[in-house]
Design a protein. Structure first.
Length: 194
């Protein structure tokens, strides 16, 4: 029996795996179904925080007696926000933009209960890519891996080969700053199983 009902407001398999690997075994998954469109003039950090909060609040409205964790990850390069690509052409463009450069990966998380945000924070990691050839980009996009990932790459998959350096939490680049989330959950009575 779980002492506190915890819901992950995300269909991301990576977030589920990260929580499970951190020792959290007792949580449900309920996708929020929110519109993730960016508001005019909204900067990266604010956008990620708003979406994480919106996800948590959407699910909390449906399940008010639970603690809901929402999260959102974006990539920012030269003030351009790179979310999940819509198609292969967009994925190739994103990877060409990141080639040989350093970009920020911002993951925001929010905890909600009873239709209210209890806590929200964003964590930034800086990622530097090796220079990529057009052939490398085409081959990677053809795998399909980039299509459901912010910035069109996954650090935990073949996209990890493109990375020269990561400053900050690697799990943040995967979609969830686990240390920070575990500390936040512990403040509300949710801890990993022994």
């Amino acid at each position: 029996m779980c002492p506190t009902r915890l819901i992950l407001a995300s269909g991301s398999p990576r977030r589920k795996e990260l929580l499970y690997a951190a020792g959290l075994r007792c949580f449900e998954i309920v996708e929020s179904g929110i519109n993730e469109m960016r508001a005019a003039g909204e900067v990266g950090r604010d956008y990620a925080l708003r979406i994480a909060c919106d996800k948590a609040l959407s699910v909390s409205a449906r399940v008010p007696n639970a603690l809901v964790l929402g999260a959102d990850t974006i990539v920012v390069c030269d003030d351009e926000i790179l979310v999940k690509p819509n198609d292969e052409d967009e994925a190739r463009r994103m990877l060409a933009t990141l080639s040989g450069r350093t970009h920020a990966v911002i993951t925001a998380y929010a905890l909600a209960s009873a239709r209210a945000i209890l806590e929200a924070e964003s964590i930034t990691s800086r990622v530097t890519f090796h220079p990529l050839s057009d052939g490398q980009i085409r081959q990677y996009v053809a795998t399909g891996e980039p299509m459901d990932k912010a910035g069109a790459y996954g650090i935990q998959g073949k996209g990890g080969d493109f990375i020269a350096m990561v400053e900050g939490p690697r799990d943040n680049v995967m979609g969830l700053p686990v240390r920070e989330v575990l500390l936040a959950l512990a403040r509300f009575g949710v801890r990993p199983e022994a």
